[in-house]
Design a protein around this ligand. Structure first.
Ligand code: ZN
Length: 135
């Protein structure tokens, strides 16, 4: 596959396969989903930033994480410009991906009644993100 030249964070399928674990590859590059309640960050609330597990771009601040009870890490807001939204082909859900590398994060839902500033729920696979504590 020829490089699109859009971003240095874009890689070919073979390159991703080489740098990601099989589970990361399945979720980030094949739009898979981890089993609910199993993710490393499902009930984790440290202070810091969550970066893309694929390319390291900062995606979410820990201050925007909340307990949705859905079984996956939930955030009410991404860092500006970090998250790309694409409606699923069936038009029922909106996929969220890392804007830098295109890695699949999960889906975003709106208007569910959560008491957050945005009333949005970014439902993100723990496998797709990597937490860095604030120093
Ligand atoms: Zn990324």
């Amino acid at each position: 596959m020829a490089s699109s030249g859009v971003s240095s964070k874009q890689r070919s399928e073979e390159e991703w396969r080489a740098v990601l674990s099989p589970e990361q590859f399945r979720i980030l590059r094949r739009k898979g989903t981890e089993l609910p309640g199993t993710g490393e960050y499902n009930k984790f609330y440290g202070d810091g930033v969550y970066n893309c597990a694929g390319c390291g771009t900062p995606l979410y601040k820990s201050t925007t994480k909340f307990d949705s009870g859905c079984g996956w890490p939930a955030f009410f807001e991404g860092l500006p410009g970090a998250i790309k939204r694409t409606p699923d082909p069936d038009g029922r859900r909106v996929e969220i991906t890392c804007a830098a590398c295109g890695g699949h994060l999960g889906h975003v839902f709106k208007g569910e009644g959560f008491k957050t500033p945005t009333d949005e729920r970014h439902c993100v696979n723990s496998v797709s993100i990597k937490f860095t504590p604030s120093s």
